[in-house]
Unconditional design. Sequence first.
Length: 44
Amino acid sequence: MGDEQELIQRRQKARAIVTAVLLLAFVVLTFFITIAKIREGMAQ
């Protein structure tokens, strides 16, 4: 029973890490797109 609970917790932790990495990647991508648009606007 304890091993099964440990396995579930490990899977949840792995899923949480993947979700955090994807969220971080989205934020970084949004940031760079915003910076690129601001620079594009300043050039005109």
